[in-house]
Design a protein around this ligand. Structure first.
Ligand code: ADP
Ligand code: MG
Length: 423
């Protein structure tokens, strides 16, 4: 059973707020109706704090862990502000939301459509990797809200398809990831194009020093709101580690999935090749999976994600970049097939489960060469992760002093070699 908001003990639910209804936040009828229709009962903590400030016209810098409802925190007041504004002119936008990945951009648009069900505003989403012309067309008559990734937005600007003279509000979503992904110059470039007199909102999972520095340079006097301490995983996620030999990871994974009849699982690998190889392995084991990573075309990624959301495929295998911020409702299982190099990514990865107060399970398959990474993660989350063993699975003892690179240099055996070329 998946538990939600209501079922949880008070102290566990960091998403909980004292504000008991959306009505008390000052949102109007069309928004309240859409929220109710969508099934939200009460605002999350970050929503309760941020929405009134944003509606008050303040610049806000908000941090709350992944899955706490940051999208609605800016989407609702933005939609509210559009209720009594006139439409934008040709090639203009009133609101610009910048986000790091295509998937996130598409997701924000979907949220805007959900919350804005009874608001007549024109929205558009633009990102790279797809034909630019339909996007230009969409902007021709102007839009109220534009969701964009930085590179494509700048392309459109250079091609004079978008202008910002009428811009009132600028949102930087997933600011921490933007910096991680090296978007700082693009962000600065975009900001240099915007009117000085605007409302600026910055959302992030964490407030690192880099984020503060960025914020200082783009926002005058922001009001800071944050809900949870940095780098803690939601209390609703149970975490476990299996110590396993590298060569046994695929077998253990397929065993866990079949044994526990997991219905929907998101698996993280370190590399694109690792993701592809695992997909192939699972296929042979009779488990249908799909991989999303940077080498896949946009349409393949979108389709994989959609099929996963619709439960058409049970297993989605992803690399960190492709997965960031993906919102998949109440995802019960996340597996770290490889531990991430950067400890913070562990928190982001497992944040895919236990969202909005739902119970989730995060499992890591850890081989001997990853011991250091595991230590760094435990230090970061200030928590020791329980080590589990698995009945009916024969673990081989991992006594090799492993060099993470060794597999790349060792010549595969003849049998393996023939498989190798099939990949
Ligand atoms: P974040 O941006 O903080 O990672 P999202 O905005 O993607 O989080 O929201 C995470 C999930 O929580 C989404 O599935 C969203 O529909 C849900 N959610 C957001 N606000 C509420 C709420 N007030 N009540 C219940 N669910 C909510
Ligand atoms: Mg978000």
């Amino acid at each position: 059973m998946i538990k939600t908001f209501e079922d949880k003990k008070e102290e566990q639910v960091e998403t909980h707020s004292d504000v008991t209804s959306f009505d008390s936040l000052g949102l109007s009828e069309p928004l309240l109706k859409a929220i109710a229709y969508h099934g939200y009962k009460k605002p999350s903590a970050i929503q309760a704090k941020a929405i009134p400030l944003i509606m008050n016209g303040e610049d806000v810098m908000a941090a709350a862990q992944t899955g706490t409802g940051k999208t609605a925190s800016f989407a609702l007041p933005i939609l509210e502000s559009l209720l009594n504004k006139r439409q934008s002119s040709q090639r203009q936008a009133r609101v610009l939301i910048l986000t790091p990945t295509r998937e996130l951009a598409a997701q924000i648009l979907a949220s805007l459509e959900t919350y804005g069900k009874y608001v007549s505003s024109r929205t558009a989403v633009v990102f790279g990797g797809v034909n630019i012309n339909p996007q230009k067309n969409k902007l021709k008559n102007g839009v109220e809200i534009l969701v964009a990734t930085p590179g494509r937005l700048l392309d459109l600007y250079r091609q004079k398809a978008i202008r910002f003279d009428e811009l009132d509000t600028f949102v930087l979503d997933e600011a921490d990831r933007m910096l991680d992904m090296g978007f700082i110059h693009d962000i600065r470039k975009v900001i240099s194009l915007l009117p000085k007199n605007r409302q600026t909102l910055l959302f992030s999972a964490t407030f690192s020093n880099d984020i503060r520095k960025l914020a200082k340079s783009i926002i005058k006097n922001p009001t800071e709101v944050s809900v949870t301490p940095r780098n803690t995983a939601a209390a609703t996620i149970s975490q476990a580690v299996y110590n396993v030999k590298k060569s046994q990871k695929s077998a253990l994974l397929s065993h866990l999935i079949s044994q526990h009849s997991w219905e929907q699982v998101l698996v993280f690998t370190k590399t694109k090749h690792g993701a592809n190889r695992l997909t192939d392995y699972l296929k042979v084991a009779g488990l249908k999976s799909m991989a999303i990573h940077g080498n896949k075309s946009q349409s393949a990624r979108t389709k994989a994600l959609a099929d996963f959301k619709k439960n058409k495929i049970r297993i989605l295998i992803a690399t960190d970049i492709a997965s960031r911020g993906l919102d998949i409702d109440q995802l019960p299982h996340v597996v770290n097939y490889d531990l991430p190099y950067v400890a913070e990514d562990y928190v982001h990865r497992i944040g895919r489960t236990g969202r909005a107060g739902a119970i989730g399970e995060a499992i890591s398959l850890v081989s001997a060469d990853e011991a250091k990474l595991l230590k760094a993660i435990q230090r970061l989350i200030k928590q020791e992760i329980e080590i589990k063993t698995c009945k009916n699975f024969k673990f081989e003892k991992d006594d090799t002093k492993q060099n993470p690179n060794q597999n790349f240099f060792r010549k595969p055996s003849k049998k393996k070699r023939s498989n190798y070329y099939k990949r």
